[in-house]
Unconditional design. Sequence first.
Lengths: 204, 402
Amino acid sequence: MAKKLGMTIDLKRCMGCHTCSLGCKMQNNVPMGMLWNRILTIGGEDVDTARGEFPSLEKSWMPLSCLHCENASCVKVCPVGATYRDEDGRVLINYDRCIGCRYCMAACPYNVRVFNWQKPVREPGHSYGEAPVRAKGIMEKCTLCVERTAKGQEPRCVEVCPAKARKFGDLNDPNSEVSKAIRERGGQQLLAEKGTKPQVYYLR
Amino acid sequence: MENRGNLKMSLGILGLLTLLGLIAWVYQLSNGLIVTGMRNVVSWGLYITSFMFFVGLSAGGLIVSSSATVFDIPAFKAVAKPAVILSTVCIILAGLFIVVDLGSPERILYLFIHPQFQSPLIWDVVVIAIYLVVSLLYLKHMTQPAPDYRKLATMSAVALPAAVLVHSVTAWIFGLQIARVSWHSALMAPLFVASALDSGLALLIIVLAGLERYSDYKVEPKLYASLAGLLAAFVAVDAFFVFSEVLTAAYPGEESVTAALGLLLSGPLAPFFWVQVVLGLAVPFVILASAANRQSKSKILLAAALVIIGVFCKRVWLLFSSFLLPLVEGAPGITLGQAPAAGAKLDMWAMAGSYTPTLVEWAIFIGIISFGGIMFIIAARRLLWAREDTARGIRIAPTAAK
């Protein structure tokens, strides 16, 4: 059976340290002013603020990046087939094909796509990471670290998480770590009612 | 003679504005879409609004002119020619607005080389291409010295559904998106067609009056009254659809839909929503519903202008009601995609969308519309008043042919 690569993110373990976000940025050459992977503070008014009213306060975070949907809206709407699902279930962008119409951005229910509105700016003045450099006027987003995962390595965000909140694996393999975690912990998909079938599950 | 001078001057001004738009586009090409007000949260703006608006204007004009033949309404046949010219010009403008919206327009041919037929955008490319060809053929047949009426009847039988389809497909670009609550509605296509009908007809009325004023083109006064009656009916249909859509969204009180609706009723989009409802629907309907008012050309023109403004506002609230609110909430929000200025650490984030068109966008917007004006004037001069319209017995004296 073909692979269906996916991830679980344990929100009980996530402590909002943003290490995965920065690891991702370095690994993937993500330009200044945008992130492929960002950490949202749930319900709070600002970063790292609690929700609720004293003394019933709660504080938690939710990392968000492309969820690699099985029924991906972005893949459907791309007029030139630049956004596609590869054979292992990653949703990827062909940077040489994208025409910059941003229809995928309007179609994505999760606001996880980022566009190169300008010539990409990189603070050290050179590229970093393994991912190829993207040009002005095209879309980009999380690739599940295709450069690493194609070689059998884990995505960078999984590797660098100090709390071991993230797990990566094949959702089609019932014995994989991710499949077990989803079964045992009742993994939830974000906005499941949209029917996009994300391959990233949150464990609450 | 005076007219000729005016014509040259207006062509000159329009040419200058077109040139300015072109310069702005070159500037945008070299710097990227960063020179617009669009960012990662609100990722479509004035260009896409205008695209919808002009597809509507175009479809409306063609629907009126082709139904003249299809349903055999002799009075409307008289305006078929200017209507088709107008439709053709408007659809070209709509296409241009897509071109300037692309981040990588040098790859535009990929739409034809690598079409992915699952995408409503490709449906639109196909339908607009067919529509443009149909309009041009229709125009060609219509302006023959001795038009073949059987051919014209066939052409209009194709043009009518094509015009309805072109605006429906444009609506589906938005309406099929489950991600955006205020777009995801089965009523989107009928709503767009209704807007096309009223705004397209309104523009046609204004253009006819303009042709009468600035050329020797003559329109029977009775025609204005009957077009105005039709406009009143179209406005009522549009109002009915808007009401039905808003009621359906409001009644269940579902959280995300209510939030989007709040933007319209009392939020940042309220000016556009209420201008459309009051000035774009209610006022023109009240004006046009009275038979006495339909005898007054100036009142008809006022109502028509209000309808057009209203429909433009409708495009604005429709588009942005789905863009302003983040789809997944949580601080610090969404990255804008703009490299922050040195020292300003947090200005790459936004908790909610905001959008104001920049000067560059306005320049391109005005440039494209001016280009449309030039195309219309040239086409009208060559096709409308260069010869007598023998078919309808309306004498159109040549102005510049001497």
